[in-house]
Write a protein that binds this ligand. Structure first.
Ligand SMILES: CC(C)(COP(=O)(O)OP(=O)(O)OC[C@H]1O[C@@H](n2cnc3c(N)ncnc32)[C@H](O)[C@@H]1OP(=O)(O)O)[C@@H](O)C(=O)NCCC(=O)NCCS
Length: 386
């Protein structure tokens, strides 16, 4: 290893990226489809690699998402496909690559970045921390079949409904003050809707997308603006009960379906956890929603070795559902956080947990409950893996 550099992946290097991916994630996948998607990341400067001389030895890509926080949308770089060639592992190549990824998130103007970690160590070193989960529940198809909602008109959806789906989901997340769900590029939603393996139905104030999964049914997303629509859409999926015994569903742990369905088919949920990092703390705070009617004035001291623009003495004020982080004078009462504590706090992790893990220190003891109230709210979740 002589000349390790972070570079933008070039089209001519995609065969090498594919080879490292196979060695990292195992065989399988549609190479042509992967290549088509990869070219879109390359065109937009969102595919980074590490080269040793002219040999590509690592790669990662960045999805251009937005994420709901407190019912408002915040731009987010979703980091995926992080791979290092086996013979280069354990030598700091993954860390070098991830530093390049963070820098690119800065350049792209994403105040947040998130990822699903296969190992936490690498990402924690870079300032990421657990912030939420992807929950998979199971229901009995027969229960869903009889949920009713027969007065609600439900029609088959098509590719042309992509914008409508985005609007309906947006309205639901604003109303629920959702934390965590992603907003995908419209082109991705169009391609899901034209995939013949996905079944999509739409009502006036909601929609569902589901598919077959090992002889059972799996709901990828269900949005309903009213109880009637929730009943109608879940019953549409449950109408498959003569063949499918179980309906798996990606949904938040507080979704109304938990209050409507008689049984959960399996008593537990499967959870994949994702990590978050603030790239630009003032913009991330200004961009998210906060609970109305909760007021907070607090001093923070942030130390962020990877992204020094976050480092410093700050004053956090939250009024009327809007937050501001402004530079301030040092304060002996400041709550001290690194990037991991800041990310976990942003996602509503209680201060007692942060203090218990050594991710927060100092601060006025009486401010903890106000900070919890400001950042707390609906449990952060995502529906999708990326
Ligand atoms: C995970 C992966 C990207 C790490 O790359 P790498 O170049 O070995 O990482 P680094 O050398 O920069 O290591 C950074 C830190 O992570 C730790 N680390 C790396 N791989 C680890 C693993 N599998 N388990 C636990 N810690 C690990 C290192 O020990 C180091 O921590 P330290 O400085 O405290 O010792 C690489 O092993 C890989 O490609 N794995 C297969 C694919 C994969 O899992 N990708 C991640 C998808 S989210």
């Amino acid at each position: 290893m002589t000349d390790l550099r972070v570079v933008d992946v070039a089209e001519a290097q995609l065969d090498s990226v594919w080879e490292v991916r196979i060695r990292s994630f195992g065989p399988g996948g549609d190479r042509d489809e992967w290549r088509k998607t990869a070219l879109r990341f390359i065109a937009d400067g969102r595919y980074l690699g590490v080269v040793d001389g002219d040999q590509l030895v690592a790669a990662a890509r960045i999805w251009p998402f937005e994420q709901w926080w407190g019912g408002r949308r915040v731009p987010l770089g979703g980091v995926a496909g992080v791979v290092v060639a086996p013979e280069y592992r354990g030598q700091g190549v993954g860390s070098l690559l991830m530093r390049g990824v963070l820098q690119r998130c800065v350049e792209k103007g994403y105040p947040l970045t998130a990822l699903y970690p296969a190992t936490t160590v690498l990402y924690r070193h870079l300032g990421y921390e657990f912030a939420g989960g992807r929950y998979k529940f199971s229901f009995q198809a027969a229960d869903l079949r009889t949920l009713g909602g027969k007065g609600t008109a439900v029609r088959k959806a098509s590719r042309a409904d992509a914008e409508l789906f985005l609007q309906l989901a947006g309205k639901s997340h604003e109303t629920r003050r959702s934390n965590g769900p992603l907003i995908w590029p419209t082109s991705e939603i169009e391609s899901w809707l034209e995939d013949e393996d996905n079944f999509a139905y739409v009502a006036d104030d909601g929609f569902v997308v589901y598919n077959w999964s090992d002889g059972n049914l799996a709901v990828d997303e269900l949005v309903a603006g009213s109880e009637e629509t929730a009943r109608a859409l879940w019953a549409t999926v449950g109408s498959g009960a003569s063949i499918a015994r179980t309906v798996h569903a990606y949904c938040p742990p507080f979704d109304p379906i938990h209050l409507l369905a008689e049984h959960e088919a399996e008593g537990d949920a499967r959870i994949n956890r994702w990590m978050l990092r603030l790239v630009d703390a003032p913009t991330a705070i200004a961009g998210r929603g906060f609970p109305e009617g909760v007021v907070l004035e607090a001093d923070l001291r942030i130390d962020d070795p990877e992204l020094p623009t976050n480092t410093g003495d700050w004053h956090l004020s939250v009024v009327d559902g809007v937050g501001r982080l402004t530079p301030s004078e040092p304060s002996s009462d400041a709550l001290r956080l690194g990037p991991r504590g800041l990310a976990a706090l942003y996602a509503g992790t209680p201060l007692t947990a942060l203090r218990g893990a050594g991710l927060a220190a100092g601060g006025a003891a009486t401010a903890d409950s106000a900070l919890d109230a400001v950042f707390g709210g609906a449990t952060p979740y995502m529906l999708d893996y990326f």
